[in-house]
Design a protein around this ligand. Structure first.
Ligand code: CAO
Length: 429
């Protein structure tokens, strides 16, 4: 005897308003016992809703986008004689409905992302890589929206280890917390040491300049592959010229230091090697060439290192630059520099020449691509092919961003700077 069986949403765990994602049958379709009629989705699970009878779909009450709850009527299936589930009594629709509790359990499936979607997810900046995980599409979508690779969440807190939204949230919280502790670098944070166990100590809070400088230096150190190239320039004649110029100055005039010639020589070299007057775009795809020549000068101040910028150095003479360097370095030491005084630099010089040293490895002031370090000039015996002659040799250290500057370019650039400093008349050419 044929029966009309009502198929309803079974007990899915007190969840209301479950989304109907897909309806897999239409009116008149022949369906088999346990065949999936529709796919429902809660924010915790995707549910295959099975038929509890074999027969023909007579009526269909849902469509994709509807919301259903336990007991919602899905379809009516007209059974053939032998087709009712063994669990179904063969007398009446009511009885058939009453027996639904014994109908096949809904199957919870964890679908794989479609290939296209998987690719899309991999291309997005995500925390991790791709592999199937035990989670519903809604949770996967939630994870994708946050840029989380769900595969990184090994066990979820849901039934049978299913990954829930809360697991994704907790994963993100953990990443953020650890990221802060590790300065975002992915390297382990430095351990905290109680130095007082070894003797007396005093703590001093870092001022803002030192804190910001430290952060910036760490960022540059971790982001830029840097190479430092060392050489010496013969500044014997330049020094004689400088001393001669200073003797012409009055007592109150600012004296010319070698640094101003170095600034001029550097800019002339940059005119010949534009890649040194450039910055790499943040995405690393483009080189941005600058048509202006602004030089930053690292100045040591009681509050820390600051870098005022001398603008349009290519258009200025030695005296003008000397006055400007004195003015800016004084302002720096008095803490009177404005932010605009420190912006727009193309390349930086860090000179320790007034203090000493033979060489050091300055860190590029990114997004600039190079920095020139200077230490103390020293009289040295230099072999001229026949004899040793005393020459004043200036040690120079060129650190460059190796993504932009090749080793050979660095060496050639330095050779040109040396040439200018060795014969400053060339700066006029
Ligand atoms: N070789 C030999 N003597 C040098 C020299 C060098 N390379 N550079 C400077 N001198 C001499 C100067 O001629 C001057 O001599 P006199 O007193 O006889 O005139 C003396 O040293 C002091 O010079 P200076 O340092 O006052 O002037 P400067 O133009 O050379 O430098 C400035 C100016 C602002 C760069 C410098 O004062 C300064 O602050 N240097 C520190 C830079 C710094 O902290 N760098 C950071 C390093 S990385 O963290």
């Amino acid at each position: 005897m044929a029966l009309l069986i009502e198929i309803k949403v079974p007990d899915v765990g007190n969840v209301e308003n479950i989304d109907v994602v897909d309806v897999l049958v239409k009116l008149g379709d022949e369906v088999k016992l346990e065949q999936t009629l529709a796919i429902l989705e809660t924010d915790k699970a995707s549910i295959d809703l099975p038929s509890s009878a074999t027969g023909t779909v007579q009526e269909l009450f849902i469509k994709p986008g509807d919301k259903v709850s336990e007991g919602t009527l899905i379809a009516k299936v007209l059974t053939s004689d032998e087709a009712v589930s063994p669990a179904q009594p063969a007398e009446s629709v009511q009885q058939a409905a009453a027996s639904e509790e014994k109908a096949p359990e809904p199957v919870i499936v964890i679908p794989e992302p479609e290939p296209a979607k998987m690719q899309e997810a991999e291309q997005q900046p995500s925390i991790g890589s791709a592999r199937a995980a035990h989670a519903t599409p809604a949770v996967r979508l939630f994870a994708r929206e946050l840029g989380v690779d769900i595969q990184k969440i090994t066990v979820g807190s849901g039934r049978k280890g299913r990954i829930l939204k809360d697991d994704v949230k907790n994963f993100v919280k953990k990443i953020i917390t650890e990221g802060v502790a590790q300065s975002g670098s992915g390297i382990p944070a430095m351990p905290s040491v109680d130095f007082s166990q070894f003797g007396a100590i005093e703590e001093q809070k870092l001022n803002k300049i030192k804190r910001l400088t430290g952060q910036n230096l760490s960022r540059v150190w971790l982001n830029l592959p840097m190479v430092t190239y060392h050489d010496e320039a013969d500044i014997t004649e330049m020094e004689a010229f400088r001393i001669g110029l200073n003797t012409e100055k009055s007592k109150d005039d600012v004296k010319i230091t070698g640094l101003v010639f170095i600034i001029k020589a550097l800019v002339s070299a940059m005119e010949q090697f534009p890649q040194f007057n450039a910055s790499l775009s943040a995405d690393g795809e483009k080189l941005i060439f600058k048509k202006y020549f602004n030089i930053g000068i690292a100045v040591d101040t009681p509050n820390g290192l600051v870098v005022p910028v001398l603008r349009d150095v290519n258009r200025k003479g030695i005296n003008e630059l000397t006055a400007e360097l004195a003015e800016k370095s004084n302002k720096a030491r008095q803490g009177k520099l404005m932010p605009s005084d420190m912006q727009g630099g193309c390349i930086t010089i860090s000179s320790l020449g007034g203090i000493g040293g033979t060489a050091f490895t300055p860190i590029v002031n990114a997004p600039e691509v190079a920095i020139l370090g200077v230490t103390r000039a020293k009289m040295q015996p230099v072999w001229d092919g026949k004899e040793f002659i005393p020459r004043l040799m200036l040690p120079l250290d060129l650190t460059y961003d190796h993504r932009v500057i090749d080793g050979v370019e660095g060496a050639r650039f330095m050779a040109v700077i040396k040439q200018y400093l060795g014969d400053i008349r060339r700066l006029l050419l």
